[in-house]
Structures are given as C-alpha cells and as structure tokens.
Design a protein around this ligand. Structure first.
Ligand SMILES: C[S@@+](CC[C@H](N)C(=O)[O-])C[C@H]1O[C@@H](n2cnc3c(N)ncnc32)[C@H](O)[C@@H]1O
Length: 206
C-alpha cells in the first residue's frame, strides 16, 4: 500500500516536473529577495513613473503589453483621465506561480473586475504579434511594453509603435541582464531614454 502510494507520488512529480520546478524557483526567489513582492510586476518607484507617464500622455489609448495579474493595468486605469482608454494584452503564456493559462486569465479578470465591468479597461487575450497585426489606427497615446522580454519581441514591438507614430513608448525591465530589453531599447533609441528603476521611457517629459 505504502509502496503504491510512493509510486503514485513519484509519477505525479514526474508528470508535473516543469510546474514543480517553477514553483520551487519562485519560492526560492521570494526567499532570497523578499522585497520583490510583485514577481514580474513593478516596484513602488516604477509604479510612480508609470502613473506619471499616463498622467502626462495625451488623449487616446494607453496600451499595455503584458497584463500578468492586472496590477499595473489597474494603476494605469487609475492614473488615466476620462479622455484616455486603457487596453491591456496578454496571451497568458507565463506567470510566476505556474498557473495554467485558464486560471491565470480568470485570476487577472477577478483582479480587474471593476475596471473591466466599467469599461475603463479592455482586456485583449491575444499574442502581441496578432494584436499588432490587426491593430487599427488611431495610434495609441502611450504604449507600455512588458510582455515577451526577448530582444526580438521588444524590437518588433518598438518598430510597430514607431511606425504608428506613438508619441510615448515605454516599458519594463531595462537594465535587467536576464532579458533582451536593454539591447532592443538602445538600438531603437540611440539618443537615450529616461529610466526609473527598470522602467524606460522615450518621448516623455523628463
Ligand atoms: C512580466 S509579465 C507582465 C507584468 C505586468 N505588466 C505587471 O506590471 O504586473 C509578462 C506577461 O506577458 C505575457 N506575455 C508574454 N509573452 C507574450 C506575448 N508574446 N504576447 C502576449 N502576452 C505575452 C505573459 O503571459 C505575462 O502575463
């Protein structure tokens, strides 16, 4: 009986290996760096910088790539004026807790339920590329890039935003050596960008 139970446990651990590894690594990251409460999210300094970008942006759409749980989306919605609308895009392919995509989306929807119900926030469940391909003008007033952090993904999102003439282009995780964000940003904006924590912004008032 005991043997069978152990076998079942080993089978389950093997079956969920990737999730188990992710859960352990998240836990270790929290233990080693408890100040980074919002894994994948923004620090207080970065939140203040994003709220300022929204407040100073012109009328129109504020587009966030990478919703995660909607915490920054809510912050953006709170900072947005009545002449600004908020769109957030996510394909729910990643979250720090290893939740399956359907639960991840359901959780994010609950976090943003007030904003979604009031229409202050529109959630688009799509890959960044698909969203960009089907996007119809007018150009957003501000885009905040925080989805796929690879060099190619950020480069392509910046190229898209520039081609539309988006006046303020910003994002997260600048200077983080784990990602390709810094290279993509420096190539696209050799004149330099404003940086607060790891939030970068081009076109904003300094
Ligand atoms: C770092 S988190 C976003 C954090 C969020 N902006 C915040 O401040 O709380 C990255 C999010 O981007 C999403 N994502 C990653 N690659 C994507 C892609 N190619 N298209 C759409 N969403 C993507 C992931 O599912 C994840 O929820």
């Amino acid at each position: 009986m005991m043997f069978l139970h152990k076998c079942r446990q080993i089978f389950r651990t093997c079956k969920w290996q990737r999730q188990v590894r992710q859960a352990v690594s998240t836990q270790l990251e929290l233990l080693e760096n408890p100040s980074v409460f919002a894994l994948g999210g923004l620090t207080d300094e970065e939140e203040a910088a994003v709220a300022k970008l929204v407040a100073e942006a012109g009328p129109g759409r504020v587009v966030e790539f990478g919703t995660l749980f909607g915490l920054t989306t809510r912050l953006i919605a709170e900072a947005a004026r009545p002449d600004q609308q908020v769109t957030t895009i996510d394909n729910f392919c990643w979250n720090p807790f290893g939740l399956p995509a359907s639960l991840h989306e359901a959780f994010a929807r609950k976090v943003m339920r007030t904003e979604l119900a009031s229409g202050r926030v529109e959630l688009v469940v799509a890959a960044s590329e698909a969203f960009r391909t089907s996007f119809a003008r007018p150009a957003p007033a501000l885009v905040f890039l925080d989805a796929d952090h690879s060099y190619a993904a950020v480069r392509d999102e910046i190229v898209w935003a520039k081609s539309l003439g988006v006046p303020v282009i910003a994002g997260h995780d600048y200077g983080n050596p784990r990602f390709g964000v810094t290279r993509a940003v420096e190539e696209a904006f050799p004149e330099g960008v404003a940086v607060h924590g790891t939030v970068w912004a081009w076109g904003a008032r300094r």
